[in-house]
Design a protein. Structure first.
Length: 225
């Protein structure tokens, strides 16, 4: 039996991402989000148009996508209702947000230098992706109610850092899904993965060498200009 629904959110379950960007004064901003997906070495991000992170991405064209494990849920939740904007945008005031300048300190996380972009990585996150913005557009521009509310931002992953503890034994280029414990958001609640696979995957039988490798990335010097 199914019923017709008008659920205000459709977050059926995606990984939590902590995005680090740079503010106008050179300080680091940190924002949790979960509207993200990957294809090859590209990622598509859904961000609120009024957020400080979106403004920083538009101005600098750079970010780091840090993926926390389920063990770091406390750090993520500590900044869940904070914003780097001051004053707090009206839409976030209504949802109980407060302005916090140093979110690394609030979350108890450690900034680490990146290799090819200016925003810092999060040292504690097992996955860190240094990225540059390649495209952006407004979401639902034709909708008079929802248009202007959110942005769709495409980024290119320029440098990938993986913690050794989540790698497949003997391979620096493959994550072992039995070791990687991503933090998942489903309908605004935090979840982890159940232990072990629920079923073998036919797709997992395809060797990763059969997929195209990442294209040539821009030189660090060009990214830092």
């Amino acid at each position: 039996m199914h019923v017709t629904s008008e659920s205000p959110i459709l977050y059926f379950g995606t990984p939590v991402v902590l995005i680090s960007t740079l503010n106008e004064d050179g300080s680091a901003n940190l924002a949790p989000m979960s509207s993200a997906w990957w294809l090859g070495w590209r990622a598509v991000l859904g961000m609120g148009a009024s957020s400080k992170t979106t403004q920083n991405l538009a101005r600098t064209g750079q970010c780091v996508l840090n993926l926390p494990s389920d063990a770091q849920v406390g750090a993520v939740d500590a900044i869940a209702r904070t914003t780097g904007s001051d004053p707090v945008p009206g839409s976030k005031v209504a949802r109980g947000y407060s302005s916090v300048h140093d979110k690394f300190a609030r979350a108890g996380l450690t900034p680490a230098p990146s290799r090819v972009v200016r925003p810092p990585r999060i040292a504690e996150c097992p996955v860190q992706m240094e990225c540059s913005v390649t495209d952006s557009r407004g979401l639902a521009a034709e909708d008079p109610t929802y248009g202007g509310f959110a942005m769709v931002i495409e980024v290119s992953i320029e440098h990938l850092h993986l913690e050794e503890s989540i790698l497949l034994d003997g391979s620096p280029d493959r994550v072992d899904p039995d070791k990687w414990r991503p933090l998942i958001m489903s309908f605004a609640e935090f979840y982890g993965l159940a232990d072990g696979r629920v079923h073998r995957s036919e797709l997992a039988e395809i060797p990763q060498s059969a997929y195209p490798r990442a294209g040539a990335h821009a030189a660090a010097a060009s990214l830092l200009t």
